[in-house]
Design a binder for this molecule. Structure first.
Ligand code: MN
Length: 141
């Protein structure tokens, strides 16, 4: 497949700015964040557009209310603890059940963009855990 795509600019939804440190500190590499539906919306279903530079991924984490990822660009990975990583491409949907330990991010050689929908947000914020090590990440092709 063609991994030469350059998604440094937005695809479909606004790219936003470099994620604030309070969020970026749970990532390896640089990511951009644009909240499309804010956390203080009465709908209680925040939606963010997340753009990962090649090689960027978030730490292992859990969502008390679960999460849905809708992939809109590039190539990336999703992995649940104890399972093989799943390659993600535009159009893929990931349903993450509450409190399942997982991470998501770009492939080493591709930008990656997904919408992150925080389900049941009133259950509480994400619980951030240890980084995905280079040893684990570099096995993925
Ligand atoms: Mn997640």
């Amino acid at each position: 497949m063609d991994n030469t795509n350059n998604l440094s600019e937005s695809v479909i939804f606004a790219k936003g700015e470099k994620a604030p440190e309070a969020f970026a500190k749970y990532f390896i590499g640089t990511n951009y964040l644009k909240m499309l539906v804010p956390p203080n919306s009465p709908l209680k279903c925040p939606i963010g557009n997340v753009t990962f530079e090649p090689g960027c991924r978030n730490n292992w984490h859990k969502h008390p209310g679960g999460q849905i990822l809708l992939v809109t660009g590039g190539r990336g990975w999703y992995q649940e603890e104890g399972k093989p990583a799943r390659e993600l491409l535009p159009g893929d949907v990931v349903e993450i059940l509450p409190n399942v330990k997982h991470w998501h991010g770009a492939a080493a050689d591709s930008w990656f963009v997904h919408l992150a929908i925080e389900a049941n947000a009133s259950a509480g914020p994400a619980e951030w855990l240890e980084p995905v090590t280079d040893e684990e990440y570099n096995k993925l092709k």
